[in-house]
Each structure stands twice: as C-alpha cells, then as structure tokens.
Design a protein around this ligand. Structure first.
Ligand SMILES: *Cc1c(COP(=O)(O)O)cnc(C)c1O
Length: 373
C-alpha cells in the first residue's frame, strides 16, 4: 500500500486528446510532455498515448533523449534552446529543434555532419523565442543551410486563455503573413500555432495542436474552465494518508512558528506531505484537502515532510486516504499561482501510479530507480 503518490488515469488522458481532436476537425495533436509530462511522468504517458497523437514536444534535450531511449518513434520537437553539442546529438536521435536565430542556426549547421529537422519559431507577441515576424530576409537566408531542414514553423500565443481574443487574432494574422512570405521557399510542411487554450476555444487553422495542460484534463485558465464547450476530465489525483490523529485542547499551538492556535478543542491529523513533496509552504493555514469525502483545512505551517489538518468534524483514522488538490484551480488561486506550477512541482519522492481500464498497470518510484543497480 503506497503512502504518497500521484495516480494517473491513462484512459482519461486519451479521452481528453480525442475530445480536443474531434472538436478541431481531427487536427493532429502534438502531445506536450515537457517537464516530465507536467509532473505526471513523460515516458509512460508518451508510451501509452503514442498511437493517438502525431508528435511529441518537450523543453530540453535530456527530455527528448529519454523518450527516444524508451522506444518512442514518433517525431519529437524540443521547444527551446539546445547547445551545439546537444544539437549534434539531436541529429543522431532524430529529434527536431527550434530555429530562432540566424547566426546560431548557421553555427549549428556547420557543426553537423548529419541531417537535422528544425521548426522555425516566429515571435508574434509572446517575445520569448523566435524571429520577429518582420524579419523575412533573415528567415529566407535559412535556404542556405546545408544540414538543417526547416520542417515546421510555429508561433506561441500569449493570451489565448483570456476572454479578449483580439491579441490572439493579431498574433495569428502576423504569423500567417510571415509564413505566406517564406513557406514555399523554405518548403515548410508543418505549421502549428495552437496551444491548449486555443485548441479548446477558438478556431485556428493549424497542421497540429500543441496540447499540454488540457491533455491532462486541466483548463488553462479559470476563464476557459467556466466558458469552454469542451468537457475535460482531470486525469490525476495527488494522494496521501493520515499518519496520526489526536485530540488537542483549546489554546494549543500547531507547527513551526506557532502561527496557528486552536480556538476550541479540536481533532488534528498529521499528513506525511510537505513542501519537499512539492506541496507549497504557501499553503500554510489555507490549504484544503479531502479526507473521506470531507474538506479539511491545513493548520499551521506546512513542514518539509509533514503537515497538520483539522479533522474535528471528520471520522477518520490512521491510514485513511487524503486527496490533495482535489480542487486544483481553487488551491492554485489561493497562493497566486496556476495549476501548471502546482503540477510541475510534484517531487520525485511521490510515486506515480498508472491506471488503465481501471487497473494499475505501472508504478514508478523515481528515488528507488535512481539507486537501483
Ligand atoms: C508549453 C507549451 C505549449 C503547451 O502549452 P499548454 O498551455 O500546456 O497547452 C505549447 N507550445 C509551446 C511553445 C509551449 O512552450
């Protein structure tokens, strides 16, 4: 029986992918599995969903290599910087890279002795990576690359999760103009623009949708959660157990710094989850978890490995399950962040349990695996 784990439902992930596809005329999906699939485990998820998607995207070379070494054969795109040495490895492993600077791209091209696929990043207003949308001449100079083929081109929305879509429309227009000037000359075959937010809300003409958070069943923003016509299902549960239960008298301090004093006699449970597991210390005195179907509030500071919760009105005992982030939007709002950050903070100390057809099909214990020989 596991104590602290993330339970991931593969069937729900596949359902979310298929829903987004069918809402977009069966547009192919690029499954964004960066940051260890938003904390849920990139290799097993990629392996289980490979038949349902057309591309994978990650953020780092190490993430792409891990997918290849685990047997993933679909194309993989790295959505960010790679060093020249990493780019050479990418050619070996058939991993696509991002192209966003002329001189740097030629430097990589010179260092290669093998073909490498690149995707042109066009900056239309996110101002992170990419050629500026008006740099047509620089982009066209990429015709002279010897080893790098410009296989795709993309841009990234800055505000697609908001109610006001005017900036997204402007970005789309700038992107389409730039692409129409270079597409034929560079022989670009794969144009992609939508992220989750665009993919679940407005119509975008795109050869594929780069689907991240919504594949895992999370809406990119509260606005889209409230307005999107698509019914996404959360695919994971963050679980722990009650370690200890005790009655405490009125006026008792709880946890470091004594930031909480009981105002009446209370029943307090200790849960073996702390900030080292990725449960933010900012949840001290405000986090809420679910114990036997009832809401329980965090009392006092969240410690490194443990925290205390108020179970005064809840029937519970040692070993009972505790669900954390059962309302992940509400919890994220409380500490001024977004579900993305809560998920990608899941520590390697939490085991990942994969379910398919209602059965556990795989359990990953990262710490155990590192020290296995
Ligand atoms: C992370 C990322 C995505 C996926 O974003 P979601 O909001 O999770 O769908 C898509 N494109 C780029 C360039 C990204 O960096």
């Amino acid at each position: 029986m596991l104590t602290n784990y993330i339970e991931i439902d593969i069937d729900k992930i596949i359902n979310n992918i298929e829903k987004v596809k069918s809402m977009n005329n069966q547009t192919p999906i690029c499954a964004v599995v960066k940051a260890n699939a938003y904390g849920l485990g990139a290799v097993p998820i990629a392996t289980y969903i490979e038949d349902h998607i057309s591309y994978f995207a990650v953020a780092r070379y190490s993430e792409a290599k891990a997918l290849r070494l685990s047997g993933i054969i679909k194309p993989i795109l790295i959505l960010g910087y790679v060093s020249v040495e990493e780019a050479i490895e990418c050619a070996e492993y058939d991993i696509d890279i991002c192209i966003f600077d002329m001189d740097y791209t030629f430097e990589i091209d010179k260092a290669l002795n093998k073909k490498l696929n690149g995707h042109l990043a066009i900056d239309t207003g996110h101002t992170r990576l990419g050629f500026r949308n008006y740099e047509t001449q620089k982009i066209l100079s990429l015709k002279n690359l010897k080893n790098i083929r410009i296989r795709g081109a993309f841009t990234h929305y800055a505000t697609a999760d908001e109610k006001d879509t005017s900036f997204s429309k402007l970005q789309t227009k700038l992107f389409e103009e730039t692409i129409s000037n270079v597409r034929d000359e560079l022989n670009i075959e794969n144009i992609h623009i939508a992220n989750s937010a665009a993919g679940i809300s407005f119509d975008v003409k795109s050869d594929m949708i780069r689907l991240g958070i919504s594949m895992y069943g999370i809406y990119p923003s509260d606005y889209l959660k409230d307005t999107s016509s698509i019914d996404l299902e959360k695919t994971f549960r963050f679980m722990s157990r009650i370690a200890f239960v005790k009655d405490v008298k009125k006026g008792t301090p709880i946890s470091y710094g004594r930031t909480f004093y009981t105002k009446k006699d209370m029943k307090i449970a200790t849960v073996p989850i702390g900030y080292a597991d990725g449960y933010f210390r900012a949840f001290s005195n405000i986090g809420e978890v679910l114990v036997n179907g009832e809401n329980a509030r965090v009392c006092g500071r969240v410690c490194m490995d443990q925290m205390m919760i108020d179970v005064s009105n809840i029937k519970c005992k040692i070993g009972d399950e505790v669900e954390i982030y059962y309302d992940i939007y509400k919890e994220a709002n409380k500490i001024d962040t977004i579900a993305y950050e809560l998920m990608t903070s899941f520590d390697m100390r939490l085991e990942r349990v994969y379910k398919k057809d209602g059965k556990v099909v795989k359990v990953d214990d990262y710490i155990g695996e590192i020290y296995e020989d």
